[in-house]
Design a protein around this ligand. Structure first.
Ligand SMILES: Cc1ncc(CN)c(N)n1
Length: 228
């Protein structure tokens, strides 16, 4: 029988494909992505990861199955420590200090996605919350591992190789599988209305993943910036 996760991926397959073929990821894959767009992405992502880590901590606190607690608590740590280390490497490479980072305003899309996860953590049930968190793992591994496969050994020249390798990594794949198992169990334990809400949260978060890359590619400003 098809599990919830397979159904959710099928439901969003056009979106997932669009993330992979977005110019941000195509240019990241061949190394031609302009540095200012990647720097903008990193500045946004550093802020996103704090919210993501907080939402994961809520999932750890609320899971009905204590066996899942170490996964969500560990993933929160990974987001704010390990992924942060990846960012630090790039900040040094680009000579980006705190002053330069502070000068990049949090984008509308970054604020919307982060707020969405935090609102889901506070106001939704546990099944809906982990369904919203799953694309943050799965979409990144899908993009990272697809790019690595396409590279056919041409990788190390690419300035974005560390990013690609992080998300294509086997440890990251393991996190995707653990999160999918937790989501499938929560879906199986819930009723049809719960599964519909889970599908909605999974889809919305997948949309935000696409929008996050798109907003970095456009160096997304606040349309109201000139009115301040
Ligand atoms: C926007 C976003 N989504 C997911 C990931 C992977 N944790 C990330 N670093 N940034």
């Amino acid at each position: 029988m098809t599990g919830f996760c397979d159904r959710a991926w099928q439901h969003t397959v056009k979106l997932q494909q669009a993330s992979l073929t977005h110019p941000f990821n195509e240019e990241l894959a061949n190394g031609s992505l302009p540095a200012d767009r990647f720097q903008f992405y990193l500045a946004q992502d550093a802020r996103y990861l704090v919210g993501f880590g907080r939402a994961l901590s809520v999932a750890a606190a609320r899971t009905p199955d204590p066996a899942d607690l170490p996964f969500f608590a560990g993933a929160a740590r990974e987001a704010v420590v390990v992924e942060r280390e990846l960012h630090e490497g790039y900040f040094q490479r680009f000579g980006l200090g705190q002053t330069e980072l502070d000068a990049i305003e949090t984008s509308p899309t970054c604020l919307a996605y982060t707020s969405y996860l935090l609102a889901t953590a506070q106001t939704d049930g546990y099944p809906e919350l982990i369904a919203a968190l799953l694309p943050c793992f799965w979409v990144y591994h899908y993009v990272g591992s697809s790019i690595l496969r396409q590279q056919e050994g041409n990788g190390p020249e690419n300035p974005y190789q560390a990013w690609i390798d992080t998300y294509a990594d086997e440890d990251f794949a393991q996190s995707v599988d653990t999160c999918k198992e937790a989501v499938d169990r929560a879906a199986a334990a819930g009723d049809e209305a719960t599964r519909e809400r889970m599908l909605d949260r999974f889809t919305r978060a997948s949309e935000y993943e696409w929008m996050f890359w798109d907003s970095a590619y456009r160096l997304e400003p606040w349309p109201t910036a000139g009115l301040r």
